[in-house]
Design a protein around this ligand. Structure first.
Ligand SMILES: Nc1ncnc2c1ncn2[C@@H]1O[C@H](COP(=O)(O)OP(=O)(O)OP(=O)(O)O)[C@@H](O)[C@H]1O
Length: 255
C-alpha cells in the first residue's frame, strides 16, 4: 500500500512554479528521502501533504485519502516536524509537549504518560523539566520530533531534521529514527541536501529539482546510475541541465 501518492501535482507562487506536475508514491513502512537543492520544492510538497497548502492542480493522497478532504483525521495520522519548530523558550520541554498533546487532542487521562513516553523516545527525559530556551539545537530538534509523535502518527514528515547539527547530534538523531522504525509501524519521509543521510537512512529516494521530479526509486538504483556506483555523481547528473552544467550553487551536496 502507498502511504503517499501524488498525481500530477502543481503549485505556483506567482510566476514561480514550485512543483511542476509531480507524480510520486511512497510505500508504507519505508523510509523515503526527498533530495534536492535549495528551492527544489521539498517544503512546498510537505506543506501540501499536511494540508497547509492546496495544490493548483493534481492531487495528493495520504493513506489512500485525498488530503483536501481528510481534515482532522489527517492531522492525527501525520506527524510533521518542520525545520524550525520555534517553541516558547520560557516553557520546559515537558510543558511544551503537554500543550502540544492538548492541541493534538490527546485525552487528558493519557496526556502525562504520552508526554513521558515521547520524551523517553527522543532521549530528553533528563532535560524534561529544563527550559527550552537553554536547549541545544539538537535537543530542540528532538523535542520537535517528540511533539510529532504525541498523536501516534503512521506517517512522519521531517523537514531537514539534521541541518546544522554537529556530527554527534546527527548520529543521535539517526539512531532515534532507526529505533522508531524498528519499534513502530511508521512511514518516514525526510527532506535533505545530504547524500550521506540518504545512504544512512533511506530505502527509496526522489530527486526534485526546480519543481521537477528527476528520479524516484530505490537508493540502490540511484547509486547504480552514477559512475563508480556512488550517489553523488548520480545526483549531480540528475540536476545538470541539457548541456551537462550544474546549477551555480550546489554546496549543499555534502557527503
Ligand atoms: N511563500 C512563497 N512565496 C513565493 N515563493 C515561494 C514561497 N515559498 C516558496 N517559494 C519558492 O518556491 C520554490 C520552492 O520552494 P521550497 O521552499 O518548496 O523549496 P525547498 O526545496 O524546500 O528549498 P530549501 O531547501 O531551500 O528549503 C522556490 O523557488 C521558492 O523561492
Amino acid at each position: 500500500m502507498n502511504a503517499i501518492q501524488t498525481t500530477d501535482l502543481t503549485k505556483r507562487y506567482g510566476d514561480v512554479v514550485a512543483l511542476d506536475g509531480v507524480s510520486l508514491s511512497v510505500e508504507a513502512g519505508t523510509t523515503f528521502g526527498l533530495l534536492g537543492t535549495n528551492g527544489a520544492g521539498k517544503s512546498t510538497l510537505f506543506r501540501m501533504l499536511v494540508g497547509h497548502l492546496t495544490p493548483d492542480s493534481g492531487n495528493v493522497t495520504v493513506g489512500g485519502r485525498d488530503v483536501t478532504d481528510a481534515g482532522h483525521e489527517l492531522r492525527e495520522a501525520v506527524g510533521y516536524v518542520p525545520e524550525d519548530a520555534g517553541f516558547p523558550p520560557a516553557l520546559t520541554g515537558r510543558e511544551v509537549l503537554d500543550y502540544q498533546a492538548r492541541i493534538r487532542g490527546v485525552p487528558r487521562a493519557e496526556r502525562a504518560d504520552r508526554v513521558a513516553a515521547a520524551l523517553g523516545t527522543v532521549g530528553l527525559d533528563d532535560a524534561a523539566d529544563r527550559r527550552v530556551g537553554g536547549y541545544s539545537n539538537g535537543m530542540n530538534r528532538r523535542l520537535a520530533l517528540a511533539s510529532a509523535l504525541l498523536a501516534r502518527p503512521t506517517l512522519l514528515l521531517l523537514d531537514e531534521p539534521t541541518a546544522g547539527l554537529d556530527p554527534l547530534g546527527v548520529a543521535e538523531f539517526h539512531r532515534i529514527l532507526e529505533r522508531l522504525r524498528e519499534e513502530a509501524d511508521l512511514t518516514v519521509v525526510i527532506t535533505t541536501h545530504v547524500l550521506a543521510e540518504v545512504e544512512a537512512l533511506c530505502d527509496d529516494v526522489a530527486v526534485l529539482h526546480q519543481g521537477n521530479l528527476r528520479f524516484s526509486g530505490a537508493v540502490d538504483d540511484l547509486r547504480e546510475m552514477g559512475e563508480s556506483g556512488d550517489l553523488e555523481p548520480a545526483f549531480r547528473s540528475l540536476i545538470a541541465d541539457a548541456e551537462g552544467r550544474e546549477p551555480r550553487a550546489t554546496p549543499e551536496v555534502q557527503r
